[in-house]
Design a protein around this ligand. Structure first.
Ligand code: SF4
Ligand code: FES
Length: 560
């Protein structure tokens, strides 16, 4: 492999990589504003300039290029020696910082970007500690540019990342540069706001606090937020996300870079679709039909009573005929495994179905390669894979000739009648209404144990209602539309007295006398899953989020 040296560190590269690509890959910081690996390279901010020497092709002697060169626009070449630490390169960095801050309002105290702003970071690392600018600053307006985005033009450094995003990735062209020189500004075309399914990404792309998320505006200082790696729990995309939260409340969801799945982006649907997690409608306390509401002061008693009743109902159903279970595609593979194992432990021939899989339109792949999936459930494939393997592993299972072990939601309604199943364990966990007309009619006439997060028309029919946790409140893994298994971590504790479906399954199993773990652990459950024929992938093929490299602060804290 060819190699070059950047700031004294020898690095290998592949042909076609730019110097900044090689540096960032090798853990060497080169300041940059306009450069983004997912966009074209205009080389307009000029802060990444470096002094470069390269071997003369004839003599082989190192020769210095007289001008500073943009590392974002200069391809790496064999034997190059690059430095961003020479007096000339450092003088350029200081000059660029001074220039960018001339008209900047320096309103960090009230800026949402403070704490994750490249202008702040680079001022500290590469700028001057004082301003020589005495004149009046140009003041530019704040603008409402779209459903989710505000533009504070004063803070813009004209890197044009946002403009290139709407031109190259979404190809919707809403943003543009208006004017020239000192009066140029980012703007939308008259009467045409920033309105595309990926619009929130411009906020992430903006290296300063010029483009702001209306939803997050003044909600939290970013240094209070903890980031938990997660996976899109709304659609079948499997987009890699980071859930940002503080003291049990989620404040925002951001994309995590994964070039094999979502690149650097997420849809607005995924970015804002988590709001149901904190809905006031959330089911947070078990309910047993015919009993008064449980005392919120004693959730343990509420759970013990409800679990006991649920097991009674399900065991009676298994004794008197066929049991059925509808497992939602919103659940994790681990939830599905433990619920499936519990139900098959009561009735090895139980009717098993995957809950309704919502769809909207058709899959669409944008010019930049990003796909928006029509399927609005994160784990239909994973739930089906797990239930089929579990059912196939039951030696005592009796199925009519040619019948599938696991049906879809429509087939499930028909199978309830065919199999004469009078008692059903139903799981929901959808962000919005999900009970179809035929499903509601079929379930209303049967004994129900319902595990769900939000109220539906089934609540009044359920003999026992157990409140469950959304994917943000638990760990597990999903299989996305392309068959990729990806794990996610728990970001916040379950709201109020809700529990994950996996934990509920274990507690139901223990009450029914099954041999189960006391507490749910996602990794341990995947090891147990891999013992079942057909589920070996849950140990060998699950993609886990990369372990975050901790970065120690280089600020010196002074005691006052
Ligand atoms: S609004 Fe942000 S992303 Fe757009 S040009 Fe200005 S600084 Fe760059
Ligand atoms: S990052 Fe190279 S010129 Fe902007």
């Amino acid at each position: 492999m060819p190699h070059l040296t950047i700031n004294g560190v020898p690095l290998e590269f592949t042909k076609g990589q730019s110097i900044i690509d090689v540096a960032l890959q090798g853990g060497i910081e080169i300041p940059h504003y306009c450069y983004h690996p997912g966009l074209s390279v205009p080389a307009n901010c000029r802060i990444c300039l470096a002094e470069i020497s390269q071997p003369n092709p004839k003599s082989g002697q190192l020769e210095k290029i007289p001008k500073l060169m943009p590392t974002c626009h200069t391809p790496a070449a064999e034997g190059m020696v690059v430095t961003t630490e020479s007096p000339k390169a450092v003088a350029n960095q200081k000059a660029v910082m001074e220039f960018l801050l001339i008209n900047h309002p320096v309103d960090c105290a009230v800026c949402d970007q403070a704490g994750e702003c490249h202008l702040q970071d680079y001022s500290y690392e590469y700028g001057r500690s004082h301003s020589r600018f005495q004149e009046d600053k140009i003041k530019n307006p704040k603008k409402d540019v779209g459903e989710h985005v505000l533009l504070y033009s004063d803070r813009c450094i004209m890197c044009t990342r946002c403009v290139r995003f709407t031109k190259e990735v979404t190809q919707t062209h809403e943003l543009m540069v208006e004017g020239r020189g000192g009066t140029e500004m980012i703007d939308v075309f008259p009467g045409k706001g920033l309105d595309n399914e990926l619009s929130g990404n411009v906020v992430d792309l903006c290296p300063v606090g010029a483009l702001l998320d209306k939803d997050f505006l003044f909600q939290q200082r970013v240094w209070f937020l903890k980031k938990t790696p997660s996976i899109d729990g709304i659609t079948a995309s499997g987009d890699n996300i980071s859930v940002e939260h503080n003291e049990g409340t989620v404040y925002r969801v951001k994309p995590r870079t994964n070039l094999e799945v979502n690149q650097w982006w997420i849809t607005d649907e995924v970015r804002y679709g988590w709001k149901f997690v904190h809905s006031e409608q959330r089911l947070t306390m078990p309910v047993v039909r015919g009993k008064p509401a449980f005392d919120r002061e004693d959730p343990s008693e509420a759970w013990q009573t409800s679990l006991a009743r649920a097991v009674e109902v399900l065991q009676a159903g298994a004794r008197s005929g066929r049991l059925a279970a509808l497992i939602s595609p919103m659940l994790s593979c681990e939830d599905a495994f433990l619920l499936g194992r519990f139900v098959l432990g009561l009735d090895p021939s139980a009717v098993l179905g995957v809950g309704p899989v919502p769809r909207s339109g058709q899959d669409r792949t944008l010019a930049g390669g990003f796909t928006i999936h029509a399927e609005k459930a994160p784990n239909a494939r994973g739930v089906r894979r797990v239930l089929e393997a579990l059912a196939a592993s039951q030696p005592a299972r009796k199925m009519p000739a040619g019948a599938a072990h696991v049906t879809d939601a429509e087939g499930f309604v028909a199978a309830l009648t065919t199999a004469g199943a009078g008692t059903v364990l139903v799981t929901g966990n959808y962000p919005s209404a999900w009970v179809t007309e035929p499903m509601g009619a079929a379930l209303a006439t049967r004994r129900l144990v319902l595990i769900d997060t939000l109220p539906t028309r089934l609540n009044s029919h359920a003999e026992v209602l157990l409140p469950s946790a959304t994917w943000i409140e638990k760990a597990g893994c999903f299989e996305n539309a392309r068959g990729r298994l990806q794990s996610f971590e728990r970001a916040i504790l379950p709201i109020d007295f809700a529990k994950s479906e996996a934990q509920i399954a274990l507690e139901l199993g223990a009450r029914a006398g099954q041999s189960v773990d006391d507490a749910f652990d996602a990794a341990r459950t995947r090891t147990q899953m891999a013992q079942v024929k057909g589920l070996e992938a849950f140990v060998s093929q699950v993609c886990h989020p990369p372990v975050a490299a901790g970065r120690a602060s280089d600020m010196v804290t002074a005691d006052l």
